[in-house]
Design a protein around this ligand. Structure first.
Ligand code: SF4
Length: 101
């Protein structure tokens, strides 16, 4: 079974090309000015995923975003390192590291 598809529409990005409404009219409609409106709560059932994904990929301004639980990178976050105080550049040692005013 494939992962669930959840989307959201950033209407501030929409330029009103209407491609999404053509690909997936059950999930996108156009308002009176031709800008997209998301129909429903953004949860896309499996049988409509291809059409909605097509709309997502074809939107020229990337106004349709996939949201999900997946993290693209599972690399653990590295802890911050303490600075090496002996290497710290200060006014006291500026002659050593070559700072000029
Ligand atoms: S395809 Fe993108 S730009 Fe075009 S109407 Fe849909 S959301 Fe807006």
């Amino acid at each position: 079974m494939s992962e669930p598809l959840r989307i959201k529409l950033d209407r501030t990005l929409c330029d009103g090309f209407g491609i999404c409404a053509r690909h997936a009219p059950d999930y996108f409609s156009l308002d009176d000015w031709g800008y997209a409106v998301l129909v429903g709560d953004g949860n896309i059932p499996e049988q409509h995923r291809d059409a909605v994904r097509r709309a997502l990929l074809d939107c020229p301004v990337h106004a349709i975003l996939e949201i999900g639980e997946r993290r693209p990178d599972e690399t653990p976050i590295q802890p911050l390192r303490e600075p090496d105080l002996d290497q710290l550049k200060t006014e006291d040692n500026e002659a050593e590291w070559g700072f000029t005013r």
